[in-house]
Design a protein around this ligand. Structure first.
Ligand code: AMP
Ligand code: ZN
Ligand code: FE
Ligand code: FE
Length: 290
């Protein structure tokens, strides 16, 4: 349930450490300006934004350190990609560190292959311009989308994600983490795993509820229900499933700066769910507070 009177809590936001457009320092300042009391930094497959975000925390703002892990469910053919939010895990856990590094490298290999396909079709963009624009952060399709916009081939990020471009024709899979392995690894690192936008049919295929039942048994803590990519029916479905399984529910903006239109705090998480995440975590001690 969105809380209007209590603390305002947004548990999913990206910075330039991945495919957002605000630096980690700018992100936490923007979160304070948006009237948030708690914000989570959840860049794709990296913790590189944590330290600069902590260093820049404005007074009164609490920061939940997290990441959004690129995962895949191999129970369907072809396997279904999905995103797992992981909160407050130990960023030095050796196996998790290795998996994140592997996925980031796989993203670069896949990005370069996408650019090769585009170039073979006469599209004049370069891999080096995309790497430069990513600025050392985790590379993703939004960076390629920006190159297509700069080249005048599409007018917007959403057009770049359409079927003629990165959504289908030039979409390549990346080497993600098996989702069961990811859930167990996040728990082993003392973190709390929450399934991001699990029902977002507008992004593509989604997993069946039976998988979520199995993930709950494997250690999944919660489901992100309130998200702009969920219809009202999808939000309600996720909420009901969470209630059945005893999972917590979150609501979050999935803010990406100007790479998306959604604003910080557009969706929020009830304080009880936030408290449960904090209580279940043992990876990083304490919530960073400005
Ligand atoms: P990747 O992680 O490289 O597969 O790219 C996926 C990312 O692209 C997501 O995390 C979103 O930030 C972004 N994205 C996916 N679909 C869209 C869309 N339709 N419009 C804008 N951004 C999108
Ligand atoms: Zn993203
Ligand atoms: Fe996501
Ligand atoms: Fe995200």
């Amino acid at each position: 349930m969105t809380s209007r009177t209590g603390p305002r809590i947004d548990l999913h936001a990206h910075s330039t450490a991945s495919d957002g457009t605000l630096s980690p320092a700018e992100l936490v300042r923007a979160a304070a300006d948006a009237g948030l009391d708690v914000v989570a930094i959840t860049d794709h497959d990296t913790t590189a934004g944590w330290a600069p975000a902590v260093a820049a925390l404005p007074p009164g703002l609490r920061l939940v350190r997290g990441a959004e892990l690129s995962c895949r469910w191999f129970g369907a053919d072809p396997p279904v990609p999905l995103h797992l939010l992981a909160y407050l895990f130990d960023p030095a856990h050796p196996e998790l560190v290795a998996e994140l590094a592997r996925v980031r490298a796989a993203r670069e290999a896949r990005g370069e292959r996408i650019v090769d396909l585009l170039r073979a079709d006469g599209v004049d963009i370069s891999w080096s311009e995309i790497l430069t624009a990513a600025g050392g952060g985790t590379v993703g399709r939004p960076h390629i989308a920006q190159a297509l916009i700069r080249a005048g081939l599409v007018a917007s990020t959403s057009e770049a994600f359409g079927p003629d471009w990165l959504g289908e024709r030039y979409r390549l899979p990346k080497e993600d983490i098996d989702v069961f392995h990811a859930v167990r690894l996040v728990r082993a690192a003392g973190g709390v795993p929450v399934f991001a936008h699990p029902r977002a049919t507008r992004r593509g295929r989604v997993v069946p509820d039976e998988l979520i039942v199995e993930l709950a048994a494997a250690g999944l803590a919660g489901l992100e229900a309130d998200h702009e990519d969920h219809s009202p029916e999808e939000r309600q479905h996720v909420r009901a499933l969470a209630a059945d399984l005893g999972l917590l529910v979150t609501g979050s903006s999935d803010f990406h700066g100007t790479h998306k239109t959604v604003r910080l705090g557009a969706f929020t998480t009830h304080p009880e769910a936030y408290e449960r995440i904090v209580a279940e975590a043992s990876g990083v001690t304490g919530i960073a507070s400005g």
